[in-house]
Write a new protein. Sequence first.
Lengths: 215, 655
Amino acid sequence: MRVVIVEDQVLLREGLARLFVNGGHHVVASLGDAERLHEILIGQNADLVVIDVRMPPTYTDEGTRAALETKQRHPEVGVLVLSQHIETTHAVDLVSRAGFGYLLKDRVLEVGEFLATAQRIANGGSALDPKVVARLLAPATGPLARLTERERRILELMAEGLTNTGIAHRLMLSERTVEAHIRHVLLKLDIPETSDGHRRVLAVLAHLRAVYEWS
Amino acid sequence: MALPTLRPLPGTLLAVTVLGELGALGLSWGLEPAYDTLFSALVAVLTVGVGALILSRHPSHVIGWLLCVLGLANALAADLPQGWGLRAAAEGWAWGPAAEWLGLWTFLLLGVVWVLIFLLFPSGHLPNRRWSTVVWLDVAGTAILAAGWALDPDTGRYFAGGRNPYAVPGLPTDALFWGGLVTIAVAMVTALAAVVGRLRRSHGVERQQMKWFALSSGFVVAALPTGAALWNFTPLVHPLPLIALTVWPIAIGVAILRYRLYDVDLVISRAFTGAVLTVVLALVYVGSTLVIGAFAGFGSPWATAVSTLLAATAFKLLHQRVQRRVDSAFRPMHHAALSRVGEFIDALRADQVEPEQVVEALRSALGDPLLELRFVLYADEPPVDERGRPVADHLDGGRESYVVERGGITLGQIVWLPRTEEQRRLLPSVVAAAGLAIEMARLRVELRHRLDEVEASRARIVTVADEERRRIERDLHDGAQQRLVSIGLALRHAQHQLGPAEAAASRTLDDAIAQITQAIDELRELAQGLHPALEAGLRPALHELATRAPLPVDVVATAERFPSDVETAAYFVACEGLTNAVKHARAQRVVLRVARENGRCVVSVTDNGVGGARPHNGSGLTGLSDRVAARGGSLRIDSTTGHGTTLTVEFPCAS
């Protein structure tokens, strides 16, 4: 996997680069800000951009804007946004696109899981940080109240971007059981069933967003 | 008034007069009553003194010269020969009878000067040329009278030798005497009529001058005959001629030098009040003495005591009323202005007006609709208006500034455009009468000014605190948290370098990394509570807040943006309301509302808890109300036991 890292803090940037290198990936560029990102992506055949939300000059949402721009100009490149704090609205907004991920920064310390998630995004999948998902699913009101404990757990993993196989593996269930649960969840939330894994995630997210924005 | 510098000639005349009078005093001392000697000397010196003073200001003023001549003639032609005659007779000196003779008649010449002053005051010109006839009439009358008096053998009794050495026997002296006297009387009365005529026609400054002159002349005309008529009946009248003849030149000096010229109305009013009161009290005293005397016997101490008491009571009761009546008659403008201010002060006491409205009362009392009252709050700062705003400290268009002081403290200044000298004279007493209201108004302005300062400083403090929280939050996110992630990454790298062989060390590193992750989580929670992430607006931030709450929260919020300080304050209101609902109200559900209503941002937190919340029961509401007040907002709590609690906060925010 060919990776571009955009992170203003030197130590973290180098740590990230080493992490990818140790995992057998190729870091094609390490940048302190997003200014030359577009230019680099044209020259290099990158699979993934890992980008920090807060960057110079204002340290507010430079990274988010650069991420969206990258997605528009280079739809084939996966974008993984790293954030310091849990922020549901932005996160759900971003992850509603294919090949997009939103993770908290400390997620990088779980190296294996992090690299797997990064790979998934580079392959066009999605990833939403479990903490963001947990917050989205926290209120026990509305349609979510109708779900069982097991169904809620499966919905969380769906929202994180895991496939049926991934969920089955994580929960140590058979894939058929997982499929059955998912059918129930979609039914209870009135979401039409499709075969496409990613579309399914989007449907869940769109639904959740609808619940929280206009409740 | 600066000390005047006398001009050489008038100064010399004054010196000569003083020397002459000193000489006359020395000569006649002990040979005639001391009163006569001193009286004559005092009047002469005073008259020349006033004349010289007038000439020091107006070098060719006719009245100044006439006063000098009058006093000088008094000293040299009358007092000095008289004194010489007396001393010569006593000591046997030469020229005694001649001096006595001069002293006998030269004072008559002074009458001519008097008539001239009557006719020429204050301008130095006759009212018109025809009036010169009166002068000649007076000169002729004086000459005839002097001849009929100085040459009359009957005047021998005034000489020490018992004989008039210059008497001309056979002259019709009686006819001359009476003819001259009548002629002079006619001239005098005509001259006084000229004074009255001039007083009637005059206006402005000349009118004030004529008032002084007429007042003092009237006093002379009344006091001299009264003193003469009652001289042998009561010693009370003995000072009258002295007072009259000293007051007269002083009044002339005041009128011409215009020093306190406009106080004449006050003097007239006080004099008239005094006269009226004297008459009334005398009547009361006499009446009560008679009535009580009829019962208790005349001369009884009871009659005296009761009459005195009655007179004193009557004085107390009448003084203010008579003064007010007289003021309204003699000083109508002064009276009207003071009663206007008096009415305002009464209304202020009755709580019907605000102290700041004193400026309107001053405007109407002083007849200047553009009059401004500026307050001085601090000695070294520019004055401010009634709203505490600084005003430019300059005067334009001929406007004048008057410093208002009370009890030694400068309260402010009045800036106005007086149209007449009379208005200018009016200002101090009007301001003094309004002093209480001005002081109250200033205190209120100062209070508001300080309140504004306090509010501004509270807003600054909240802003600084918010900025500080934001800075700390950033430091935590971008500093400590990032550093911890970097350290974690370094540990992971070490783990990688150790390879699979060092399983024990790898587990230790796993533990360390788990602790780092824990620390990052804790820091994140801490940072999140410090400063809300409001970049995307209040609504997303509130949704975010709702997701973190341990109970169902409905958010009904407008997507509109508000000023960032209002959004921050509104966010903290929501946090505090939510915390209270969870901690104290035992609520099952909370609704957060944000809306714009009538140009105000209205934030409310409604729960379905136990209710009965009190704003002072130690919750974070105190800090919250400070924060709200710092943004000019208001906070309200509606909470009845069993019916939940609604916390409503409104911030002003014009769209």
